[in-house]
Design a protein around this ligand. Structure first.
Ligand code: GRF
Length: 360
């Protein structure tokens, strides 16, 4: 039987959504048995219900004190055979009755690199302090605020023009990546690494991808393939473009991590074969933007991805590529829900409008 987890929420529920999504893709092999909120209007409750998950509001005003409220929460979780509790934007201190009911079995996600910036408004604290790097932390909850043992962290750069909103959004991308992962590890069920579908048509998709590369056979250009180590496709690209340099990554390769992004600087072609499915929609948009900011002036991205039910719709992805700044955006191939699509020439549009150009 899959382990059963309970999620405590108070608000928006984007981390809850990341956890729900991970249980659906199989990245997190667990059942969300119940979602409990201390606020009646929490959007997180709606997200849970939309996913068919038992969603309960418990009104703190109905209890004499904090301990009585925590006992009620513990009872709800125990009733549903929950073995791990995840706080996801839960805006209450967890008291002794709940900690004793689930000793070292309550996790929390916090938007800073703990032990820096505990408590509320961690992103604002980071900006005010002037740090250049902050991030997200998943930790075990104990009696002290944001201070229990750290399970997983991800670093996020602070940009010179960041606002609380822009920094929070960048941190959130990492929160959504590491929370399901940390939960899977806490349950002793780390996700399998490979998600490349063994679907019929995969080989044809590779053909279509190679045929879509808008460079000549004898051109020397730089390809970055988002994958750990070389594979069939790497060999096909080297074959088709003997003068091209194809870069792949070390093992394990995590497409959701920021660590490799700068490898895209100056690349002429970023190839993303069956990796986008590992990313939420927000992360895809963010990655497309990062690619557009880094590839060469004629460079671009070619994606091979499932675009049918349960995956990001093709149209959405094309719009995100366009918004990221790519000029020539289209789908080159679509068969049985697998598509080859992409965008090229990120700065072409901007350059042709440049006053410097016009004057010359
Ligand atoms: C997240 O930033 C989380 O780190 C913090 O509260 C926020 C919750 O956001 N503890 P959401 O409700 O998951 O969208």
């Amino acid at each position: 039987m899959k382990p059963r987890i309970g999620v405590l929420v108070s608000g928006r529920g984007s981390n809850l959504q990341a956890i729900i999504d991970a249980t659906r893709t199989g990245a997190l092999d667990a059942t969300i048995a119940v979602v409990v909120s201390n606020r009646p209007g929490a959007a997180a409750l709606e997200r849970a219900r939309a996913a068919g998950i038992d969603a309960v509001f418990v009104d703190p005003r109905g209890y004499a004190d904090r301990d009585a409220f925590d006992l009620a929460i513990a009872a709800i979780l125990r009733d549903r055979d929950v073995s791990l509790v995840c706080l996801a934007g839960y805006m209450r201190l967890v008291g002794a009755p709940l900690l004793e009911a689930f000793p070292a079995r309550i996790l929390n996600i916090h938007p800073s690199l703990l032990p820096a910036f505990r408590g509320l408004d961690a992103q604002k604290q980071a900006l005010e302090h002037g740090v250049k790097v902050t991030g997200a932390t998943v930790h075990v909850v104990d009696a002290a605020l944001d201070a229990g043992p750290i399970l997983m962290q991800a670093a996020v750069p602070v940009m010179p023009d960041d606002t609380v909103e822009s920094l929070s959004a960048r941190i959130l991308v990492e929160e959504h990546r590491i929370y399901p992962l940390a939960i899977a590890h806490a349950l002793g069920r780390p996700p399998a690494r490979s998600i490349e579908p063994d679907a019929p048509g995969t080989a044809r998709a590779a053909d279509a991808l190679v045929a879509s590369v808008p460079f000549a056979r004898d051109e020397a250009f730089r390809i970055v393939q988002l994958r750990a180590g070389d594979d069939e496709l790497t060999a096909r690209l080297r074959d088709a473009f003997p003068r091209a340099a194809v870069k792949t990554f070390g093992d394990p390769f995590d497409v959701g991590s920021l660590a490799w992004w700068d490898v895209m600087f100056g690349a002429d072609l970023v190839v993303a074969p069956f990796v986008m499915a590992k990313l939420t929609d927000a992360k895809k948009q963010y990655l497309y933007k990062a690619a557009a900011d880094r590839v060469s002036p004629r460079g671009g991205v070619l994606v091979v991805d499932r675009v049918d039910a349960g995956h990001s719709a093709l149209l959405h992805q094309l719009v995100w590529l366009k918004h990221a700044g790519f000029g020539e955006v289209d789908c080159r191939w679509l068969v049985d829900g697998t598509a080859v699509f992409g965008g090229f020439s990120p700065r072409a549009a901007a350059a042709s409008e440049s006053p410097l150009r016009a004057g010359n």
